[in-house]
Design a protein around this ligand. Structure first.
Ligand SMILES: NC(=O)c1ccc[n+]([C@@H]2O[C@H](COP(=O)([O-])OP(=O)(O)OC[C@H]3O[C@@H](n4cnc5c(N)ncnc54)[C@H](O)[C@@H]3O)[C@@H](O)[C@H]2O)c1
Length: 460
């Protein structure tokens, strides 16, 4: 093991190393969260290296091509960091880690097909770190993990099964769970307070000092890693559950002829109400996974009456089917069948204005439509000339509309906000529209002769 000893530095030595730019940073996993994080470190004047197993990504970065086109603002920081040689990428973890004092982990933490949290990337990198870290290195986990994972599992991986590395002398460990939103990471990095915790107080204080240099936002000092990780999960499970509540309410409102958007708009006027919106399901790398992490966390503590989060998941996971049920109503009305129809899916991303289909509800919508033998078209401005679940995407909205017997609005991308009912009526083969995001004015839809259904709106 070589010497680096960030953790034995006094506060003044650390300040000096930060200010002189001698502190070397290594960010492992330079995807959606890791790349902006690494660039923030580089932008603060610290030499930063990004490590990733994706060679194409690493090559692209070193060829000065910014990969995150849907993250405004970071393109400029990227160009500057690369041209000033403050940042580069590599696939060689060992080489990057051996030169670094601080290792930041922004590795993926997805779940498997049985909804069990999958910490393979963190565990595998943890084992590699055990073999190659320099003495006194500080490791900070920004990935989202269950409360207790750092203290009960991850620390042991770094220590090694033979306990050959000692926490406190050989390495130190803390967390700063990332809470930024894709598509607006720069904005969020400049406004969202950061949670900071360490395995001990000394580590937490070191992280506070380094992050204070890199970020301008408030830093919230947490008592321990498990509490910081619990905050991150709590905020996202709160959203998943509230969306489930609105999705369930929407289905009653459809029957009762009450417009969910009108209700939410008025409900917002009450100071302690926070609006959440209906949709065809909840996707992305965070919300669904975080709910299952919370469920797994409860199981690990043998808390067997933890039902609400599971129920919320069930409701949200049934929304693709509900979307198709609305379409079936329209088909019954117009005497059309799924197998003779071409259905255009508008938007594929799990959320607006980002190029990301991870766990997007479109996957289940496609599966159900394929079981019914419908022909499927997909138009998404972020996915031109590509394939989504084996279906070639369309490059031209108008020609797709002309072929379509029905349209399902899946994602509320900005490009779709101004869709006019008269335009849809004039272009579509059959003017059936299922509006899962309540984007279209329902009165206008009726006036212009659309056969219109929306999640959370009754038939007019
Ligand atoms: N994307 C979000 O909205 C978001 C928001 C907040 C927090 N998070 C959390 O941040 C973490 C990272 O998420 P992300 O969205 O940036 O994931 P991502 O998939 O965009 O990026 C992860 C990167 O890690 C790389 N990687 C995987 N295994 C590796 C390994 N063994 N060694 C080196 N590199 C490896 C991948 O190639 C990829 O480039 C997750 O824990 C996620 O839950 C994500």
């Amino acid at each position: 093991m070589t010497e680096t000893n960030t953790i034995s530095m006094s506060e003044s030595e650390l300040t000096e190393k930060i200010q002189s730019g001698e502190l070397k940073i290594c960010v492992i996993g330079i995807g959606r969260i890791g790349l902006p994080t690494a660039l923030s470190f580089a932008n603060s004047g610290l030499d930063t290296v990004g490590v990733d197993i994706n060679k194409n990504l690493v090559d692209m970065i070193n060829e000065k091509k910014f990969p995150l086109k849907d993250e405004p603002g970071y393109d400029v920081i990227f160009d500057r960091a690369i041209s000033e040689k403050k940042f580069y990428a590599t696939t060689s973890l060992e080489e990057a880690v051996s030169k670094s004092n601080v290792i930041v982990l922004t590795l993926p933490t997805p779940m498997d097909s049985n909804h069990v949290p999958d910490y393979t990337a963190l565990k595998s990198v943890g084992k590699q770190l055990h073999n190659c870290i320099s003495k006194g290195v500080l490791i900070i986990v920004e990935s989202t993990v269950e409360p207790g994972f750092i203290e009960n599992d991850f620390i042991k991986i770094i220590q090694g099964s033979d306990n050959s590395l000692q926490f406190g002398s050989d390495f130190s460990l803390g967390v700063s769970p990332e809470t930024a939103n894709p598509g607006q990471i720069l904005v969020d990095f400049e406004r969202l307070p950061r949670l900071i915790a360490g395995i001990d107080e000394k580590t937490r204080d070191l992280i506070l000092k380094i992050y204070k240099h890199v970020f301008t936002v408030d830093l919230i000092s947490m008592p321990n890693c498990k509490t910081a990780n619990a905050v991150k999960l709590t905020t996202n499970v709160f959203r998943d559950l509230n969306i489930a509540f609105i999705n369930e309410l929407s289905q009653i409102f459809e029957k009762a002829g009450i417009d969910i958007m009108t209700v939410l708009d008025a409900a917002k006027s009450k100071y302690n109400f926070q609006a959440h919106y209906p949709g065809p399901g909840v996707g992305g790398p965070c919300l669904p996974v975080n709910s299952y992490q919370m469920i797994n966390f409860a199981k690990n503590y043998s808390f067997d009456s933890f039902h609400l989060v599971e129920l919320g998941r069930k409701i949200n996971e049934k929304m693709p089917k509900h979307t198709i049920d609305l379409l079936e109503e329209c088909f019954n009305e117009t005497k059309k069948s799924f197998s003779d129809s071409t259905i255009l899916l508008l938007g594929a991303s799990y959320k607006p204005d980002v190029k990301d289909i991870q766990l997007s509800p479109i996957e289940d919508i496609i599966r159900i439509l394929q079981e019914k033998h419908s022909k499927i078209l997909i138009y998404d401005p972020y996915f031109k000339n590509s394939k989504i679940y084996g279906i070639e995407t369309s490059n031209d909205l108008v020609s797709s509309l002309k072929e379509s017997d029905a349209l399902i609005v899946v994602t509320a991308h900005k490009e779709f906000h101004d869709l006019e009912s008269s335009f849809l009526k004039s272009k579509m083969k059959t003017p059936i529209v299922i509006d899962t995001r309540c984007l279209i004015d329902q009165y206008d839809a009726k006036k212009n002769g659309l056969i219109y259904r929306a999640i959370g709106r009754g038939k007019l």
